[in-house]
Design a protein around this ligand. Structure first.
Ligand code: AMP
Ligand code: FES
Ligand code: ZN
Length: 311
């Protein structure tokens, strides 16, 4: 298989990847160029941010968010990293993830802000919090990530938070929400969530890129990333939906891109005006909340942990 881009320029080079959904085979150099260009295009088309904005990339230490941080840097955007140490000791998950994020931060010479949840929850990590509260690990983890990515971005004056959600993540969630017609969640599933009182803008520049493309970019750019999936999230339903989607994609290449981008174009505009919740500052921490008792979900969770620890 030969690189199509090189062929169009009258050269012959061996392709390293064939992308059936774009009907494109590319060599190493052309893939890197293409990959970064695609991300740049998504950022501009969706009006995510400009080169004047200060961007905070939430990095997990995995391939997607590290590929994003590196690519944004190469595209000339001002990006700093932010890592939340979730205190997951199983298979040294959090320690290894942190090391990978730190390594990239040193390589590109950009700061990495770190929040350690053991400092917040009196030495407890996600597993201990799960045992204590009996809430599923992923729901605790999601709450903490949403809260602290927003808080750090606002406290440190960033214009937006970029996350490494990829096309596979997005279509799996979209399918899951569609199958239960969860209009509330669907009306929030956008690649750009604009800033509003107390919330920083949130963007997902990798929505057009597959897991496989992000992985190849990491390999070609020699980005060292944490290979293990989170040991606490095995059996999560999105894993099953990703497998289902990969089967559909094999039969009909391009389905993921069509499903996601046609939803954004045709359905999302009909849903988004449905609900604009009233927000007020949390009486304990000042971050925005929709609850009537004026205490945000994170502060309520903190209180719960405190009470359960006392008993
Ligand atoms: P996940 O929720 O694990 O699928 O991750 C989705 C995105 O959230 C990642 O691509 C990162 O941008 C961000 N993220 C996940 N885990 C962390 C973490 N521990 N610290 C900071 N950002 C994270
Ligand atoms: Fe959140 Fe595993 S990364 S529970
Ligand atoms: Zn609060």
């Amino acid at each position: 298989m030969k690189c199509r881009r090189c062929r169009d320029m009258g050269k012959t080079k061996k392709a390293v990847i064939f992308l059936p959904h774009h009907n494109l085979s590319l060599c190493r150099d052309c893939f890197i160029l293409w990959y970064e260009k695609q991300i740049g295009r998504t950022i501009k088309k969706m009006r995510m941010f400009t080169r004047k904005d200060k961007i905070m990339v939430a990095v997990s230490g995995g391939k997607d968010s590290l590929a994003l941080w590196f690519a944004l840097e190469r595209l000339g955007y001002a990006t700093d990293g932010m890592y939340i140490n979730l205190g997951i000791e199983e298979r040294n998950y959090s320690r290894i993830s942190y090391e990978k994020a730190k390594k990239l931060s040193e390589r590109i010479k950009r700061p990495l802000h770190v929040v350690d949840i053991k400092d917040i929850f009196e030495g407890k990590g996600i597993s201990e919090l799960n045992k204590l509260t009996r809430q599923p690990p992923c729901s605790i983890c999601g709450l903490i990530k949403r809260y602290y990515t927003n808080k750090v971005a606002l406290d440190k004056g960033y214009d937006c938070v970029a996350t490494g959600h990829n096309l596979d993540d997005e279509v799996a969630t979209l399918l899951l929400n569609t199958l239960s017609w969860d209009v509330d969640s669907l009306s929030r599933q956008a690649p750009v969530l604009p800033e509003k009182q107390g919330f920083a803008r949130r963007v997902k520049p990798l929505v057009g890129m597959t897991e496989k493309e992000n992985l190849l970019y990491c390999l070609l750019m020699e980005i060292d990333y944490a290979k293990e999936e989170c040991p606490l999230s095995t059996g999560v339903s999105t894993i099953f939906y990703k497998q289902v989607f990969n089967k559909i994609e094999q039969k009909s290449p391009g389905t993921k891109l069509r499903f996601y981008f046609n939803f954004q174009k045709n359905i999302y505009p009909l849903l988004s005006p449905i609900k604009i919740p009233h927000l007020s500052p949390c009486s304990l921490c000042g971050q925005p909340t929709t609850t009537s008792d004026k205490i945000c979900a994170l502060c309520r969770f903190k209180e719960k942990v405190k009470n359960l620890t006392k008993n």
